[in-house]
Structures are given as C-alpha cells and as structure tokens.
Design a protein around this ligand. Structure first.
Ligand code: FA5
Length: 344
C-alpha cells in the first residue's frame, strides 16, 4: 500500500520552497496514485480514492498559500530599455571603445559649426510633415508635375484636407516655417539666416550615390538686395572651408519650383579621371540644389518680394561626406558595417 502521508510530507516541503508552486500539482506522484485506483480490490477503492483527493486538496491549498507569499515579495522594477542593470549598485556600462559617433553625425556638427560662424542659426526638421509644407508653400500647386520628382513615403492616415502626411523628401519643407519664424528680423533691419540639417526620405532606385534615407542641410538667407553673387559666394566659402582647399565646382542652371533662377552645384569626381559609377561617367558629382527664393514662397510667408530677396540651398550631406573621405558607395554609410565605421 502506498504511503500517502509520506508523499504528502514530501510534496508540502517541495511547495514551501518552490518559486513556481503550481508545477507541484503536476508531480508524477499524483499520476501514479490515480493510476493505482482501478487496480485495487473494489472494497478498497473508495477509501483510497478519497485519501488521494484529500491529498490533492491539501497540496492545492499549500500551493495557493505559497503563491500568495511569492506575490507579496517586493521586487525592484526593471527598466528593460536601460543599457545597464538598474538593480546593480554600480551600472555596468559598456566600454567606451565599443562605440563612437557615426561619421554622418560628426560631419553634421562640423557643417553646422561652419554655417554658425557665418551667422546662420540651426533648427531641426521633422520626420513627418504635411503636404502644405512639402508642396503648396513651396510653389508646387496641386497637380504640378514637379511633385513627382519628390516621390516619398506617405501615411494612410489623412489630415483635415484629406491629404496623406509625408516623410519629407527634402529639408525644403522647413523653408516656410523658417521664413515665418524669423520674419520679424527683417523689420528690425536684420537678415534671416537659418539652417536645417536633418534626415530626408525618398522612394529611390538605390545605387552608389542614391539612398532612400539620407541627410540634407537646408539654408535660407533673406534680406535687402540679396543676389545670386551672395548665393555663390556663400556656398563656395562653405565648401572650401569644409574641404579645407580650393575646389573645382561646376554651377549649372536647373529647375526648382521654389527658386528662380535655380542652380545645381557639382564637385569634380574625386574617384576617377574618365568617369566611374559614382559620377555616372560625367566626372562631376552633384552636391546641392539652390537658387533665389521664388517670390511666391516669400509671399506665402507674408514677406514682400519687392522689398526683400533671398537665396536658399539644399545640400546632400551623405554626398559631401563621400567626397571628403572618398567613400565609393553611399550605402556604406547606413549599412551598419562595423569594418566600415571603424575607419572613422
Ligand atoms: C532638393 O532636394 C532641393 N530641395 C534643393 C534645394 C533647396 C533647391 C533649396 C533650391 C533651394 P535635389 O533633389 O537635387 O534638390 O537634392 C539636393 C541634394 O540632395 C542633391 O544634390 C544630392 O546631393 C542629395 N540627394 C538627392 N537625392 C539623393 C539620394 N537619393 N541619396 C543621397 N543624396 C541625395
């Protein structure tokens, strides 16, 4: 005959020490006891079955009591997002040599510093914007074909006009906000000089110099009698300061709805003499778009284009960095390849 009191003692002791007491209810002892019942002589079955049920009830009560005890234990909260164990007395920080600033972040600081020394204030952009700032405020009316040049990612959610929100395809989406924000400077006789370095997105065919997610730096300068000469001198000064040498720059006429006239600046390709995949055989790498701010863009911000003129530019930061460090493929920058990043 099985010794039920002995089993009871063993199971109660196990429950008392267990951190998962429910598991004791699935102990093999119960299975074995229930398996014995059909094999017993008929006159013993009732009493034995009752003893097993009483055992089960006692263990269940002990399990509930132990679980209640465990639930009361005061466990310090754990912040799973923290880079170290918050319960440890001294945080176990990762060794500093395991990480470093990303080259794009570092170069953005250098670029902002140069423009700050030239009198520009730096502002942040946003990663979701509306179609007014992406298009209408920049003189792209609804249905304008040039909207297709800025094919980007859109939300299924729409605003009060029924338009999707957009992941900005260029930092120019900030032009209208900057003009409105700093418009009062003009009345005080000061120019508007503002800069936006930030991330932008495009639905692009990827290659050595095209990414879907990249960085641009936008600049605007508005004041009295500002002309193309000021634009070219500002960009030439910036580029020569950034690269620390005289440069061969090509300036071509171009078209943007929000500037008139518009231009493109290209740098001589540092990778080849006769054309390569980076410059698509042209020996020049396009770095930035720019121009004199269109009167409609000034008007949309309540600035009188008869009184004030200004220039704007939007420069690809990844391209600037590629040219500086002779990086042959833009996709390396966002690849997360440590072998590549450790070179910087
Ligand atoms: C623009 O984005 C205009 N907003 C620039 C501008 C601003 C013009 C203000 C006038 C006034 P564009 O599409 O050409 O223009 O892009 C500007 C620069 O961003 C390019 O010269 C290039 O350096 C960079 N760029 C464009 N597309 C990509 C891409 N897919 N990957 C990496 N860099 C890119």
């Amino acid at each position: 005959m099985t010794d039920i009191p002995a089993i009871r003692e063993t199971l109660l002791a196990t429950v008392a020490q267990s951190n998962a007491p429910q598991e004791v209810l699935r102990a093999p002892e119960f299975r074995k006891l229930y398996a014995q019942i059909p094999a017993l002589p008929a006159e013993e079955r009732g009493a034995f079955g009752q003893a097993v049920n009483e055992l089960k009830t006692a263990i269940e009560a002990a399990v509930d009591a132990r679980q209640a005890e465990l639930d009361q234990v005061d466990v310090a909260p754990i912040d799973v997002t923290a880079p170290f164990d918050v319960n440890a007395t001294r945080p176990n920080l990762l060794p500093a040599e395991n990480g470093s600033e990303h080259p794009l972040t570092r170069e953005m600081t250098i670029i902002s510093d140069i423009f700050t020394r030239m009198g520009f204030v730096a502002e942040e952009s946003r990663e979701i914007d509306d179609q007014f700032h992406m298009f209408e405020s920049l003189n792209f009316p609804k249905g304008h074909p040039a909207r297709d040049d800025y094919d980007t990612f859109m939300t299924t959610q729409v605003d009060q006009n029924g338009d999707s929100f957009v992941a900005p395809a260029h930092t120019s989406t900030m032009q209208h906000r900057l003009l409105v924000q700093y418009r009062d400077m003009l009345a005080q006789g000061e120019p508007i000089a503002a800069l936006v370095p930030d991330r932008v997105f495009r639905n692009e065919d990827l290659d050595a110099k095209h990414e879907h997610t990249f960085y641009q730096v936008e600049g605007i300068y508005v004041g009295k009698s500002i002309n193309v000469g000021n634009l070219v001198a500002t960009l030439q000064t910036f580029l020569e300061e950034y690269y620390g040498r005289k440069l061969n720059v090509r300036i071509n006429p171009f078209y943007f709805p929000f500037t008139e006239p518009s231009f493109e600046f290209a740098l001589e390709c540092p990778f080849c003499e006769n054309g390569c995949s980076v410059c698509s055989g042209s020996k020049w790498v396009e770095l930035l778009g720019c121009g004199m701010i269109h009167p409609n863009v000034l008007r949309a911000a309540n600035i009188d284009p008869a009184e004030y003129t200004g220039f704007a530019f939007g420069c690809g930061i990844d391209r600037l960095v590629m040219m500086k460090y002779q990086i042959e493929d833009i996709r390396n920058l966002e690849s997360g390849k440590l072998d590549f990043l450790r070179q910087f």
